[in-house]
Ligand binder design. Structure first.
Ligand SMILES: Cc1cc2nc3c(=O)[nH]c(=O)nc-3n(C[C@H](O)[C@H](O)[C@H](O)COP(=O)(O)O)c2cc1C
Length: 194
């Protein structure tokens, strides 16, 4: 698949088939993040791959999905839930993390998301999770702060992207066939050329 196809095919996936993701595939996703840009090349991010079912379940119960259409895109355990997670944490070097670290994490999640498309996997970037609980469950060291989770699995939905213009709603929605539509601005709608 060429880059343009991967770029267009990547969609947040929240419903998954109930089959495990092989460790080698999960490591391939993390490996893709190792090539991502990093402010000052500090590379402070660390990854925890979670694929043991009991632990995946425990993490799952501390995550939230698709608030705009809740509960229609909220997966259920044993039915269509993610079968793995990648937790992204950052090594702390003071009481407050620099914004640059969050930028690093964004770059890493995008690398993971594109690699997932190539591996025919789906993933969901998760900011809405209970950080304290997940930190304890995954035994994230005190020297690190958890930033994001990425839910991973074999996709069981095919959301579509719709192009919108300035003034149209950005709210994603489900159509009468329960298909998720994700509106994205056209380049003209959000670009100034000087
Ligand atoms: C920083 C960030 C946090 C997100 N957190 C969540 C989340 O907690 N739960 C969820 O279901 N989706 C989450 N998403 C996914 C967005 O809802 C999704 O990217 C958006 O609806 C656009 O869909 P697309 O990724 O298919 O383009 C998050 C995305 C970003 C960038």
């Amino acid at each position: 698949m060429d880059f343009s196809a991967i770029l267009r095919k990547r969609r947040t996936i929240r419903f998954y088939r109930q089959m495990p993701v092989a460790e080698k595939h999960l490591l391939k996703l993390v490996e893709s993040a190792c090539h991502a840009p990093s402010a000052a090349n500090n590379q402070v991010l660390r990854y925890t791959v979670v694929r043991t079912p009991d632990l995946v379940q425990a993490v799952f119960y501390n995550t939230s999905y698709a608030g705009r259409v809740t509960p229609r895109r909220s997966p259920q355990w044993g039915v269509n839930a993610p079968t793995a997670f990648i937790a992204i944490s950052a090594v702390k070097n003071g009481p407050v993390l620099s914004n640059m670290v969050y930028a690093d994490a964004g770059a890493a999640v995008m690398s993971i998301s594109f690699a997932a498309v190539e591996e025919k996997l789906g993933c969901c970037w998760i900011g809405a999770f209970k950080a304290k609980e997940v930190t304890e469950l995954l035994a994230i060291p005190e020297t690190e702060q958890i930033l994001f989770l990425v839910a991973v699995g074999h996709p069981a939905e095919t959301p579509v992207e719709d192009t919108i213009q300035q003034g149209e709603s950005v709210a994603y929605y489900l159509d009468e066939f329960d298909r998720l539509h994700v509106p994205k601005y056209s380049v003209e709608a959000i670009t100034r050329i000087l």
